[in-house]
Design a protein around this ligand. Structure first.
Ligand code: NAD
Length: 484
């Protein structure tokens, strides 16, 4: 075991408890990296109590002072980028350039949190003669976030800097598959000067999540993960009258028109489906090939075949995940899909026990196949042929998910048509991964998001605060009216 067993971070210190632990694997080698405690109600309760103790002082700290911690934290993320990226690669598997991009994105999210004093300045208006209304934002109290395995640094930073800068105390439940990065986040926040109890980490799985949903001392929960779990969390957290925003899985469709640029489109679609081994909620999953786009497909196939597992594409997260993905591919082939690029036998010398898969592209998939409907979450692209853009949009619209959709075209009117009619919360034109960057908010539609609002950017301000509407009258000489 390369690292000692990870511990919870409660009240500013590592918290030891005699808990059942599970192994944390390095997906590139299949070896055990560390162990993670499977906490439950007691650990959540301890963290809530420590947060409740820290909260009054933190909430009373002016926002301009609170964000000073995040200026330092951002500098620390940049200082430690190589070490953080190496840790992400070890526990998640993604290649170094992807891991570095994840840390840089965390820095960008933190930069947004640093701008919150400017963005959240209140509103004031004389609404009647001598009567003034103002709106101020107040934090909620103790809040929690539950994270998935695919972005061990970025996803916790979607919510943490904003929620804390806005005056909340924050409990993170990282994925038990990637618990090491969360400990590093806690260390950097401590070094940046965050008071103890304002950020805490409780490790584990289902039991901790249920304890967070049920705990009446927690006011709001954000969740990112699969749709199946998002539904469980949304239902359970709102049952105890918490605010909840639960982001779920995805099945993203990329519509490729015959006028699309061959070089750019083939490169972008491939990068979208294979980046982070296809384990991104924004990954291309279905290419809707409109009319004849065979030259683009041929170019993409050439590029995909040239990708080398190891340097160009990392492993998937676990042996079970690899099995599941292989099953989808095999079933599609049995039902008549034609395999253009076959990544099923990918191997990396010296890392034979890693969970490797190469990019896999399947053509002539039909909308009724399971692989066309369900989230595969691996480096697999299916091509569905469509006669025109509306036929393609019908396939996209029929998906229960709604995270992202893109169109590749040189036509402004086709681009506009797709932007208007795709049933997805994030839509791109000639962009393989249409992630909105700060200050724009991240969030899907349909079964890719439960709750109101978005998780990052301006959208998150509403989620992590409550507004107070204050009406005052000081100049009595202004007279009386119906408000008097
Ligand atoms: P997951 O749903 O298995 O796990 C997410 C979190 O929920 C983890 O912390 C896990 O411990 C916990 N959990 C798992 N099962 C649970 C249960 N039955 N009850 C309570 N808690 C449970 O997701 P994952 O495999 O870690 O992550 C991949 C998924 O996340 C994909 O579906 C991907 O699309 C999605 N994702 C979505 C977004 C988005 O923005 N919409 C972003 C990243 C990942």
């Amino acid at each position: 075991m390369k690292y000692p067993a990870v511990q919870n971070v409660i009240a500013g210190a590592p918290h030891n408890s005699a808990l059942h632990e599970v192994d944390v694997f390095n997906p590139s080698t299949g070896t055990v990296l560390s162990r993670v405690p499977m906490s439950g109600h007691n650990e959540v309760d301890l963290a809530v109590k420590a947060a409740q103790k820290a909260w009054p002082a933190w909430a009373a700290t002016p926002i301009k002072e609170r964000v000073q911690v995040f200026y330092k934290y951002k500098a620390l993320l940049e200082r430690d980028i190589a070490q953080l990226a190496a840790l992400i690669t070890e526990e998640n598997g993604k290649i170094d350039s992807e891991a570095r991009a994840e840390v840089l994105k965390a820095a960008e999210l933190t930069e947004f949190a640093c701008s919150l004093p400017q963005i959240t300045a209140g509103e004031v208006l004389e609404v009647s003669r001598g009567v003034e209304c103002r709106i101020e934002r107040f934090p909620l109290g103790v809040v929690a976030s539950i994270a998935p395995f695919n972005f061990p640094i970025m996803v916790p930073n979607w919510s943490m800097p904003n929620a804390i800068a806005l005056g909340n105390c924050f409990i993170l439940k990282p994925s038990e598959l990637v618990p090491l990065s969360a400990i590093k986040i806690a260390e950097l926040l401590r070094e940046a000067g965050l008071p103890e109890g304002v950020f805490q980490v409780v490790h584990g799985g289902k039991e901790v999540v249920e304890a967070i949903c049920d705990h009446t001392g927690i006011s709001a929960v954000s969740f990112v993960g699969s749709t199946k779990t998002a539904k469980i969390v949304y239902r359970r957290a709102t049952a105890t009258l918490k605010r909840c925003l639960a982001l779920g899985g995805a099945k993203n469709h990329l519509i490729v028109m015959p006028d699309a640029d061959v070089e750019m489109t083939s490169g972008n679609v491939l990068a979208s489906m294979s980046g982070c081994a296809g384990q991104r909620c924004m990954a291309a999953s279905v290419m809707l090939a409109v009319s004849n786009v065979d030259s683009i497909i041929a170019q993409m196939v050439l590029k995909a075949r040239a990708m080398v597992p190891g340097p160009d594409i990392g492993p998937v997260i676990s042996a079970q995940s690899k099995e599941r993905i292989l099953h989808y591919i095999e079933e599609a082939v049995q039902h008549g899909a034609k395999i253009l690029v076959d990544g099923r036998h990918a191997k990396v010398a010296g890392q034979e026990n890693g969970y490797w898969l190469g990019p896999t592209i399947l053509d002539h998939v039909t909308p009724d196949m399971r692989i066309a409907q369900e989230e595969v979450f691996g480096p697999v692209l299916v091509i569905i042929r469509a006669g025109n853009v509306d036929e393609a949009l019908r396939v996209e619209n029929a998906s229960p998910y709604g995270n992202a959709a893109s169109v590749f075209t040189e036509s402004g009117s086709i681009a506009r048509h797709v932007m208007e009619h795709a049933s997805a919360g994030m839509v791109g034109v000639n962009v393989g991964v249409p992630v909105p960057r700060e200050p724009f908010s991240f969030g899907g539609w349909n079964e890719s998001r439960f709750g109101v609002g978005d998780i990052t950017g301006r959208g998150s301000i509403e989620f992590w605060t409550q507004s107070k509407k204050m009406t005052t009258k000081w100049n009595r000489e202004a007279g009386t009216n119906w408000m008097s």
